[in-house]
Write a protein that binds this ligand. Structure first.
Ligand SMILES: C[S@@+](CC[C@H](N)C(=O)[O-])C[C@H]1O[C@@H](n2cnc3c(N)ncnc32)[C@H](O)[C@@H]1O
Length: 255
């Protein structure tokens, strides 16, 4: 998300993105048996808190201080501060290892890393940092299905925030030369006093296909063990809504 937005990005994210029950359950289930969880792009902590409540030690990393502010408040309310750590950092610039048994990129976070070089650098860091036999879970939309449905998409969300009605119109077009979804988020904020504020930001998300995950994984000694197509754990097909890949660093692959 770019700077300059008149709204608090964390509050806006929570107002616009309710956490579906099947999504929460999928994340809890996949992390079961892995004590130390690393959430890459933890955002407002909407998954971190249920993970702590399920008994995990969670470290959450994010570069956006407004998103982290909301995460900190949620953790304090849930009384989860002792087991949790929030780190404000750019995922592409991590150096010190953070040992974990599972790392998770939820909600398309990996697609927000704009360059393939940046995505590869993150996987290189994870491969060095994680415990042997640790897993990496990547949750993305299935770009191939979205393109088949339409390479031009428009969605509108409305939410109440601090007594204001906020409407966001998201427009996305696939730029095949860069393999990026590019577009705008146009906000219309209707205040209680009848005033209206408009704001527009440019956005770009990488269109990530399974083959890229396989390629980046193999560069860093990681293999894809499972690929699911939705939160019910069904197999990935070209019609799937989601692309959920589980990678691991097998000792024999480690460099
Ligand atoms: C779509 S949100 C997902 C938040 C959370 N995982 C969830 O599911 O609610 C993506 C998050 O990734 C963070 N992010 C994007 N690029 C990043 C980067 N290069 N370094 C650190 N965080 C990043 C954003 O600030 C944002 O909070």
């Amino acid at each position: 998300m770019s700077g300059g937005c008149p709204l608090h990005r964390g509050q806006l994210y929570d107002a616009m993105h309710k956490l579906p029950d099947d999504y929460r359950s999928f994340v809890i289930d996949i992390c079961r048996g892995s004590k130390r969880v690393l959430e890459m792009g933890v955002g407002t902590g909407r998954l971190m808190v249920p993970l702590i409540e399920a008994g995990h030690d969670v470290v959450g990393i994010d570069a956006d201080s407004q998103m982290l502010e909301c995460a900190r408040e949620k953790l304090a309310r849930a009384g989860g501060g002792a087991d949790a750590r929030l780190i404000c950092a750019d995922l592409t610039r991590l150096e010190e290892p953070i040992p974990a048994d599972i790392a998770i990129f939820s909600s398309n976070t990996l697609s927000l890393i704009g360059s393939a070089t940046g995505r590869s650098r993150i996987f290189g860091w994870l491969a060095r940092s994680l415990q042997p036999d640790a897993r990496i879970v990547v949750i993305l939309n299935n770009t191939a299905r979205l393109v088949r449905e339409s390479p031009n998409r428009e969605t509108v969300h409305t939410a109440m925030l601090d007594g204001m009605e906020v409407t966001v119109c998201e427009k996305r077009t696939l730029d095949p030369s860069r393999m990026m979804w590019v577009g705008t988020n146009r906000f219309v904020i209707d205040d209680l006093d009848g005033s209206k504020t408009e704001y527009c930001e440019n956005v770009a998300h990488a269109a990530i296909l399974p083959v890229e995950l396989e390629l980046i994984g193999s560069l860093h000694g990681l293999t894809i063990d499972e690929v699911f197509g939705d939160y019910d754990g069904g197999p990935f097909t070209r019609e799937s809504r989601k692309l959920i890949a589980v990678l691991s660093r097998k000792e024999e692959n480690a460099r």
